[in-house]
Design a protein around this ligand. Structure first.
Ligand code: RB5
Length: 150
């Protein structure tokens, strides 16, 4: 994962995701990224919006450039993150989605469901996500509209 090695990636999960979070955080560190780990770190039940909001604030405040979110399904934590206009979070299940969410949507957060994706697929998706550039062009205006709903 050579892209943006000087940048910080934030990572957070609810109680569905600590194991996958550890695996992905290790990959990020091995690739030279600084990792801002916002928890949770154990099996005790927590509320996924709290972790999505912590990660969204980290990106909004410039403490991280991109983020990784994990819950059981990826659904709730992705919904919560996308309530922030600064966040474009994508639920990703395969490498094609990981590529397209960057090329077309300039996604800055990737969301995984630890109960629906295997760790090797998630690792592969994260690598693609971090190494794919936004295409801009015809996609730019559409992405701009995401931050300005009306
Ligand atoms: C927690 O049990 C589960 O609901 C949560 O991880 C997530 O899947 C919600 O969308």
């Amino acid at each position: 994962m050579p892209a943006e090695p000087s940048k910080t990636i934030a990572i957070a999960c609810d109680h569905g995701g600590p194991e996958l979070k550890s695996i992905l955080a290790e990959d990020l560190k091995s690739a030279g990224f600084d990792v801002l780990d916002l928890g949770t770190n154990g099996p005790d039940s927590v509320d996924y919006p709290d972790y999505a909001y912590a990660l969204a604030h980290a990106i909004k405040d410039g403490k991280a450039t991109r983020g990784v979110l994990i819950c059981g399904s990826s659904i709730g934590i992705c919904m919560a993150a996308n309530r922030f206009p600064e966040i474009r979070a994508a639920q990703i299940h395969d490498a094609l989605g990981a590529r397209l969410c960057r090329e077309h949507n300039d996604a800055n957060v990737i969301a995984f469901g630890a109960r629906v994706i295997g760790p090797e697929t998630a690792r592969d998706c994260l690598k693609v996500f971090l190494n794919t550039e936004f295409e801009g062009g015809r996609h730019q205006g559409r992405v701009d509209k995401l931050s300005n709903p009306s």
